[in-house]
Design a protein around this ligand. Structure first.
Ligand code: PLP
Length: 442
């Protein structure tokens, strides 16, 4: 690595950008990944890869071993179609998980496996935005997961956005009410902890959002892809407080979207589940019939959402996740303990950027410092996210621009999952060289 001279040749980077028709302002995470692969191959340099939110930890063996066992024991499994609404064992384990870690009561029938949680987001938004003719808009608490924006585009739903940089607490609730009172909002989506800022919505804010959702009949889509990963509280003990904050305590209008990708390092198996509020599930919306063969919301989710998209989730994978959830609920596997690995790396990486003159973009979490987790956001003086990314790429560093997350701010999302602890020294050197370079060209 030491014989590589930074900055890398800008003409090569610009040629590759042009050849791949990549605009760094709108680039998708996968496109960026391909570009970085090409840069690595061309320059023979290993990048510090901070662009893609892949789990950096191996999957706990419980899942794969159960998948193999089930496949061996149940000869007919591969040749039978799964039930659309999920394998009963997983539905039961999911309801128990929700009870033990969110402290809310739902029935197994309210827990529906999906092909990754982003499949759950897709169907949840489709349902939320198609219950009435007028309420065809999804309100995002931004910045957010870029794929959700692609999903609303794909579904031809309208979107509105509130940037949590400017709005927290009562100010956030007032802004949400302004939007809800138009009657055009069908659903409101956020992730908690937030990808990419790691801001964590407070119980009071969730209470306010829940009450407003009930008042204006808006569906809350609460994406907890990073379940329990606000490490300032210990959410890891089954059946004991504190519990992961949730809007479900304050409204019956919710979908909770749960992922196995990060907390169980199960991203490759593409499985998550959505919890549909028991009360909401029974509600009827005649306009839904335009998109599904039923006006009952819960049926529309399964028979109008799961069936035409994937017709269910692979069964072995469902058993793998069920086995993980069962051991988590029994207290034999502490799933959050290992996740501290991300927090520790985030602390160190953040320190490297800050000590070299970079700033955090989202720095405040309702009067507290932002916590350490999977992501953080950085900026350099007056540079746009696109300009900063261009320069980072010349120094063997990759992240994603905040412009694709719906942020109103300029900067870069840094994901700490993929790089190794032994790359921290290299990261420090490159960030320091980049900072000196940026100062020199000012
Ligand atoms: C906020 C958020 N939601 C959903 C997902 C997707 O999760 P899954 O792999 O379960 O589809 C991610 C993945 O990065 C995410 O950050």
């Amino acid at each position: 690595m030491s014989d590589v001279i930074f900055p890398l040749e800008v003409t090569v980077l610009d040629r590759l950008l042009q050849l791949n028709e990549i605009d760094l302002c709108t680039v998708s995470i996968r496109e960026l990944g391909i570009l970085v692969n090409e840069l690595e191959a061309h320059f023979g340099v290993e990048y510090v890869r901070m662009e893609f939110g892949i789990p950096g930890l191996p999957a706990e063996r419980i899942g794969p071993e159960e998948e193999i066992r089930v496949l061996k024991d149940q000869q007919k499994l591969p040749s039978t179609y799964p039930q659309f609404d999920g394998v009963p064992r997983l539905k039961k384990a999911a309801a128990l998980f929700v009870n033990q870690f969110l402290n809310i009561d739902v029935f197994p029938e309210n827990c529906v496996p999906t092909v990754g949680s982003m499949h759950g987001c897709l169907i949840s938004m489709a349902i939320a935005g198609r219950r009435t003719k007028k309420a065809d808009t999804i309100l995002f608490l931004d910045p957010g997961f870029p794929v959700n924006k692609l999903q609303t585009k794909f579904l031809d739903l309208k979107t509105e956005s509130i940037d949590i940089y400017d709005f927290r607490g009562n100010k956030l609730l007032r802004k949400i009410e302004d939007n809800f009172s138009t009657g055009r909002i069908g659903g409101i989506l956020w992730s908690n902890p937030n990808n990419p800022t790691w801001v964590c919505l407070k119980e009071k804010e969730l209470e306010g959002i829940g009450k407003l959702a009930t008042k204006y009949d808006v569906i809350c889509i609460e994406d907890v892809a990073y379940f329990g990963m606000d490490f300032r509280s210990n959410y890891s003990v089954p059946g004991k407080p504190p519990y992961q904050p949730t809007v479900a305590r304050y409204t019956d209008n919710y979908f909770i979207v749960i992922s196995s990708s990060k907390v169980f390092s199960y991203a490759g198996q593409r499985i998550g589940f959505t919890v549909i509020s028991p009360e909401l599930s029974k509600n009827r919306y005649p306009y839904l019939k335009k998109y599904a063969n039923t006006d009952i919301l819960g049926h529309a989710f399964i028979h109008g959402g799961i069936y035409p998209t994937t017709a269910g989730v692979p069964q072995t994978t469902q058993h793998g996740l069920a086995a993980i959830l069962e051991s988590v609920c029994a207290g034999t596997y502490n799933f959050l303990e290992k996740m501290h690995f991300y927090k520790d790396k985030s602390k160190k990486a953040k320190e490297i950027f800050l000590s070299n003159g970079f700033d955090l973009v989202y720095t405040d979490d309702s009067g507290n410092e932002i916590a350490d987790g999977f992501y953080f956001t950085i900026s350099w003086k007056k540079l746009t996210g696109e300009q900063l990314l261009h320069n980072m790429l010349l120094f063997g560093l990759a992240g994603i621009p905040l412009s694709i997350t719906g942020s109103s701010r300029e900067g870069i999302r840094i994901c700490v999952s993929l790089f190794n602890e032994d790359q921290l020294c290299e990261l420090n050197e490159r960030v320091s060289d980049l900072a000196n370079y940026l100062i020199s060209i000012e």
